[in-house]
Design a protein. Structure first.
Length: 202
């Protein structure tokens, strides 16, 4: 039999850290009062943390997508979109490092954000997980953060839109990060107890 590995805890924690770190970068960018190049310089330090977290999320997401380590349709709920999120985070990291235009990546985020909200609503309707409202909040806030990254991407590309978009997206990222962190850290205790007597087997 295959070795069972439940990696949802570290995946949720990685999401939380990525979102909160990105929100920190947006807030730092908000404080800059100058040119588009200055905005780009302010967000560029996000490159390394987002690249590392994006790689973790992508690799673990593809693991879940191909291996299906969870019971039943929970694999669809959690792993259809998680590797896409990881790839999107990597895309942001590479774009800010190499000064690529963010508009098209932002538009992709908008579309996947709407899909993420739909997954969250469906999971709530079907009463999945032990805390459906928390899961709905996670998917809805993550989806909205992706949707509002589109105007943020336009601002970082040309500086013409209002900085209000930075505030909105940072707030959504903070709320989504806190919910992901809450669910992930709560699961740590549950998993430590549940797997306390588990041993690997071949």
């Amino acid at each position: 039999m295959a070795l069972f590995i439940d990696i949802l805890t570290i995946q949720l924690i990685a999401m939380a850290v990525s979102f909160l770190t990105l929100a920190y970068g947006l807030i730092k960018t908000l404080l800059v009062h100058s040119t588009v190049q200055d905005y780009r310089n302010a967000i560029r330090p996000q490159y390394m943390p987002q690249l590392l977290l994006g790689l973790l999320m992508t690799v673990s997401g593809f693991y879940g997508m191909f291996v299906w380590p969870l019971p039943s349709s929970y694999n669809i709920l959690f792993y259809d979109l998680y590797p896409v999120l990881g790839l999107g985070i990597i895309g942001i990291a590479l774009s800010v490092k190499n000064e690529y235009k963010l508009e098209h990546l932002g538009f992709m985020g908008l579309l996947f954000g709407l899909v993420t909200i739909y997954y969250g609503v469906e999971s709530y309707v079907h009463n999945m997980t032990n805390e459906p409202p928390a899961l709905l909040a996670l998917y809805a806030l993550t989806g909205l953060a992706a949707v509002f990254f589109y105007p943020v991407s336009l601002f970082l590309d040309n500086g013409r839109l209002s900085k209000t978009w930075l505030v909105i997206d940072a707030a959504l990222l903070i709320m989504a990060g806190l919910v992901a962190g809450y669910i992930g850290l709560e699961a740590v205790t549950e998993h430590l107890v549940a797997f306390s007597k588990w041993t690997p087997f071949v």
